[in-house]
Design a protein around this ligand. Sequence first.
Ligand code: ASP
Length: 428
Amino acid sequence: MATRRDFLSLGAMTAAGIAIAPNASAQTAESVKQLKPPAKPVIVTRVTGDNTIQEAYKMLLDGADTLDAVHHVCLGRENDPKDHSVGLGGLPNEEGVVELDSCCMHGPSRSAGSVGGVQNIRNVCQVARKVYEHTSHVMLVGKGAERFAVAVGFPTENLLTEDARKIWMLWKESNSQMDWWGPGMTSPQWKDPYADRPAPKPTIDLHGGPSSQLRPVSPGSGPIPHHPTAEWAETIRARAVTLSRMAADLDIPAANRQFAVEQILWPSTGTIHVSAVNAKGEISGATTTSGLAWKLPGRLGDSPILGAGCYTDQDVGSAGATGSGEENIKVAGAHTIVELMRQGLSPHDAGMETLRRIVRNHNGDMTKIRLLDMQYYIVRKDGAYAGVSLWNTSATGKPRVFAVHDGTYRVEKHAYLLEGTPLDWPPF
Ligand code: ASP
């Protein structure tokens, strides 16, 4: 889920080295999983911090439709004003307006719906479903999507909570170059914002060939130093102190100040994707998000894009994403994973291959790849599943994890392509 940066934990930051990805532990876990016959039903998603995954699993046991169960988990996040990455309370765009994106696919009926850039309606996951239930369209955006939602009975409300408004004010008042404007990393004008910090050596051997040839250069050769300099750490600390004072002036309660400051230093990403298969092998998937904090108005990420943020094929399985939406759109991530599974790859291998394509798109240039982040959540029709991540740790050095319920609820480590943690984008 969201990358939550602990700006007080500079020790943890320095612990975040980047290494070749032999990924031995993930591979062992994968081989153990392959020995165990997959169980159904199964739900794969991010950790939600509530009971909706367990409730959704019970719904599946009781014979509920798979999309109802998937949406039950999404609704829990959309309705939680404290989750600043989804629905009510989501962090707004640069103008202070919350814009939500969602899409879903219902395997048994092979239906799909999507909405993007929706204001004033909190439960966009259900609006996306209504698009295919009540129209001949698949995707509605902006004001048209909002008017449609009202027409089919959704209430309107201001989605910008007081908490989120104050965090946005803090961003406005402190904002300098920390926005999404300026040349993106594929522009010829792009400059490495961390040019003063050595990039990790390429950990992927490109051969100039397809992503299937991307392999660790020398597996097991140990971490490549990628530590923040003491000077950089001191700059962050000083900035955090200033922001904290500004947060106090804005009446942000003391208990919320660290979170608010983190949102300025490291704008929140979040999103929830849920994929599920029931005992009969019926499959559904859904993704919902408020997108990137402080995004340009009208920006759509991958979450409303069928085939990128979510893709479900009743013959094969389902996949979805959280992370750098622009990157995921360019590899049609969820669709790519499902198609690779159709060709016989395991959920794990399909996810890893898709991550390699993201790396390939930047020619293995680690000055760029260190600014990217991506997680995929994957289930196959037989109940086999995987969670895969571009990087293995969050900035606090904690392993990247996902939630799964296949009769037992548990949190598992993502398999990963690269060891280390991404740097912040937009850059501080
Ligand atoms: N993928 C989402 C987007 O680009 C953000 C996220 O997952 O954090 O809007």
